[in-house]
Structures are given as C-alpha cells and as structure tokens.
Design a binder for this molecule. Structure first.
Ligand SMILES: [Zn+2]
Length: 384
C-alpha cells in the first residue's frame, strides 16, 4: 500500500468519524427536544361494563391531573375525593361494607361466595358485582394471561369451562419489570362489589397518577385479584422462561439474593388462588396485588405468602423487583381506610402479602373506652 493510499484512508476515516458524531449529535438533540408523551388520558379508562349510574359516581370521585400538578395539590384533590366517596356510599368506615354484606348473605341464605353474592341486587336495583376498569402501568414486553374461576374448593380444579374472569399481565424479564422509563399505560378489569368500586377506583387511580407525575413513582400493577372465590390461569400457551429473584433463606430479613432463570410447565403454577371461608374477596371487598407465585424459588419475589422479615422493608424490595409495592402505596391504602397487611395478625408468625381489604369491625381500644368514659363523666357534670 502506498503512502497516498494510507493518507486517503486516514482522510476517509476522519470524515467518517465526523459524520458519525454529527449524526449522533442530531439524534441526541432531537430526542431532547421531543416532548414527553402525554398519558393523562389513561387516568380515566373507558368503562364498557358499567351502568350509567355507576359511571356518574366514578366521574364524581375521579382524580384530576394536569402537567406540573404539585404533590400537595394531588394529595389534597385525593383527600377531597375520598371524603366524597364515603359520603356517596353513606358509610363512615369501610368495614360497614362487610357487615352489610354479611347481613345480606344471611337474609338470602346463600353460601359466603362471590359467585352467589355478585348476583344479588344492591339497594339501587343493580347487581352487586361490577366489572371495573382501572388504569395501570405495565412493563414492556408483558404478555396477557387469561384467568378462570368460580365456586371451587381448589384452584387445581379450575378449567377453561369455568367463568372467564379477565386477564392479568406477566412480564418474563425482571430487567423489564424494573425499567420504569419504558412502562406503558394500560387498563385491567377487576370485579368488586358495587359499594366498594369507587374506593377501588380511587386507589388505583392514585397509584397511576403518581406515575404520570413522576417516572420514578411508577408502580407496575400487573395483576389485581379482587372479587372471587377460587381462580387459576388457564392458558394453552406455555409460560416463557422467566427471570426472578431468589433469596438465600425464607425467614430472615437479610437481602442476599440472586437472579435466576426459571421454567414452569403451566401458567396456573404461577398464577392461582383460593380465598377461604369468610374472606373479604368473596364479597368483592379485597385486593391481592401482583400475586405471582414462583414454585420452588426460595422466597421468590414478589411472593404472595412470604414468611420472611424482609417483607416489611417495602422500598428495598420494590427496588429489587418493582412488583413489590413500595411503602407509599401501603400508606395510600391506609389513607383511604383500607386494612393493610401489617394491621392484622395471622396468628402464626409474620406472614405477609400484598392483600388489602375493607377490614373487619375493630375491637374498641382502651383509649376509645377511656375517652367514652371521660365524655360520659363530663356530660354528668353538666347535667344538673
Ligand atoms: Zn387476599
């Protein structure tokens, strides 16, 4: 090769390098100039299964959002709508929904079952069970999985001949689960009791709206199991190989984990459930959020029935696998008046999972009894 040929090649490579830089600069500058996609329309998904009256109620309690809405403004709007939802429902505490349902079940002499309860008439003449669309954030490359269920003793008995309950999302890659920047807005359908629906809607709207305001606050809501007795994923397609987190042990609070690849024979092994006895699920007043069960994975995350102390470190678990709900979501649930897992005892240790419900009638606390006595004595003093 001659010197001039070498020079030509060098010339050529310099020009090429400059060209590449110019293209890169152009791409990066246009990307920066592109406006962020406006997803706010997804806050109010269309409700094709709801009656007119229910739609009006949801419209009233629906959260507002505009670009740049401050955290405080969002919170105040939310608090106002919660108050309104209680006023519309005509209740002071959510557990009243449970006692009302219990009375109704007794009156109609039916089993404590969602399949029976959802068919009863509510006060306004509509059916107790509603199918509600909620806005959610979904990781990219998630796939939909169909669920079936009914009044069954075991989830293993559920087949595609049972009632179709809707779909959930499954994301095979943990990396995509944690990639909040590439989440997309979507909606999923859940079944709830008519009276519980506005509270459920407010809760999921709040989670979605925080994600609209701040990408870091996005929480993937991929499966919400609400009103039902027993369910399982029944799909012809096989589950893809997926990645998930496995911890070193199932009891302690340490965070030693590894990411493993896993293969299951059916989707139903990963997605199934049976709500026992007088469960609040059976009256459409409870959620299990992101309930995925990875068989033979040590305290696999997210884990609907983990016994490990680490479960209480919500934010750290959320960073490892975003399907674990962060602390602010539990706090939001408490603000609405839901019962959250750490408010009740399971009786056999520290088992915990993403279950949120309308609670049960609280025992009067010593403080409340003392206050009552105190008020009573004051009344006596005032009375001549
Ligand atoms: Zn549950």
């Amino acid at each position: 090769m001659t010197n001039s040929a070498n020079a030509k090649i060098e010339d050529c490579s310099t020009t090429l390098t400059l060209l590449v830089f110019a293209v890169l600069f152009f791409i990066s500058s246009t990307a920066a100039a592109l406006p962020r996609k406006d997803y706010s329309a997804y806050l109010n998904p269309s409700q094709k299964y709801l009656d007119h009256q229910m739609k009006i109620i949801l419209r009233k309690v629906s959260l507002k959002y505009h670009k740049g809405m401050s955290r405080r403004a969002r919170f105040l709007d939310w608090k106002r709508k919660i108050k309104l939802a209680y006023k519309i429902a005509g209740i002071k505490n959510l557990y009243e929904l449970r006692s009302q349902a219990a009375e109704k079940i007794e009156f109609h002499n039916i089993p404590w079952s969602w399949e029976y309860f959802r068919r009863l008439k509510s006060k306004d003449g509509h059916k107790e069970g509603v199918r509600l669309a909620i806005p959610v954030w979904i990781p990219r490359y998630s796939i939909t999985v169909k669920l079936y269920g009914g009044f069954k003793k075991k989830w293993e008995d559920v087949t595609s001949r049972d009632r179709y309950l809707g779909y959930i999302y499954f994301c095979p890659s943990l990396r995509n689960v944690n990639d909040k920047k590439h989440y997309r807005p979507s909606k999923i359908y859940i079944e709830t009791s008519r009276e519980f629906a506005p509270f459920a809607y407010l809760f999921f709207q709040y989670i979605f709206r925080e994600g609209l305001a701040d990408t870091n606050l996005r929480v993937p809501i991929m499966s919400v199991r609400c009103g039902e007795d027993t369910y399982a994923a029944v799909e012809k397609k096989l589950p893809p190989v997926f990645t998930c987190v496995e911890f070193r042990d199932e009891i302690n609070g340490d965070f030693h984990y590894r990411v493993i690849s896993k293969k299951c024979d059916t989707f139903s092994e990963i997605i199934h459930g049976h709500h026992k006895g007088r469960s609040n699920h059976r009256i459409g007043c409870a959620f299990d959020v992101n309930s995925f069960d990875f068989p033979d994975v040590k305290d696999g995350s997210p884990n609907p029935i983990s016994k490990a102390k680490r479960q209480f470190n919500r934010d750290r678990l959320h960073r490892i696998d975003a399907r674990n709900l962060p602390r602010w979501v539990y706090e939001a649930a408490e603000t609405i008046g839901f019962r959250v897992p750490y408010q009740w005892s399971y009786g056999w240790g520290f088992t915990d999972w993403h279950h949120i419900d309308c609670g049960k009638e609280p025992e009067p606390t010593e403080k409340a009894i003392a206050r009552k006595k105190d008020n009573g004595s004051r009344v006596i003093k005032k009375t001549p």
